[in-house]
Design a protein around this ligand. Sequence first.
Ligand SMILES: [Zn+2]
Length: 248
Amino acid sequence: MRLFTAEALILDVFDLHDRDRIVTFLTREQGKKKGVAQGARTKHSRFGGQLQPLSKVQVTWFEKEGRDLGRLSSVELVRPAHRLQEDLEGILTGSYLADHILEFAQEGEESELLYRLLDSTIEALLEGVDRDLAARYFEAWVLRLSGIFPSPQACPNCGQPFSGGAILPPGGDTLLCLDCGGSLGNRMGAETVAFLRRMGKENLPTLALAAPGLAVLRQVEELCCRVRRQFLQRELRSYEVIQKTRLG
Ligand SMILES: [Zn+2]
């Protein structure tokens, strides 16, 4: 049995039987981890209110060789995420971020970049950055770090730099220039392409100083969802809930 300790971001907490909880968390050095918090559902549990999704914690856990489920020994709160638990939109935004990491982070593998992305996005959200902008920035960067985000620079078909916009062809997951893209695809405006480029070099607080309009954010969302769906071959559950909430 080995003992580990690390700073972590809590991704998911669910009940196991009537006493325990299972906690999934992200660490820098060991990626995604899962452990049982024994007695976490009981009164006076030492885990108390520490097990909140998206809070930053210092966690200590035991691992037995050959088992992927560890056992949590202690959890100390470093940064709570109350602001994301206070209203439905905040909760949905939070679970959308966590869902991405649950899908894209690997278990037991170094995940420094994903950790930094999630940590800085939560930090910005807690400071009050626009949630729509934060979600677009985050989803685009998860895809970029996974190596599947389309280039916003030039058409992969003919090499021509994008000017005046780009086309996302039907069923495709990459951007083409206006000449190669045909007339059936979704047109991403010049402003959207410019914003995709900005996202590659500016951090979230800087982007927020000159945030794009809603039309641009919707096009970025559409592009990211398409790329993500093609890759995962299904939709994220939290995204389905977000869409239903929007319709309702
Ligand atoms: Zn082209």
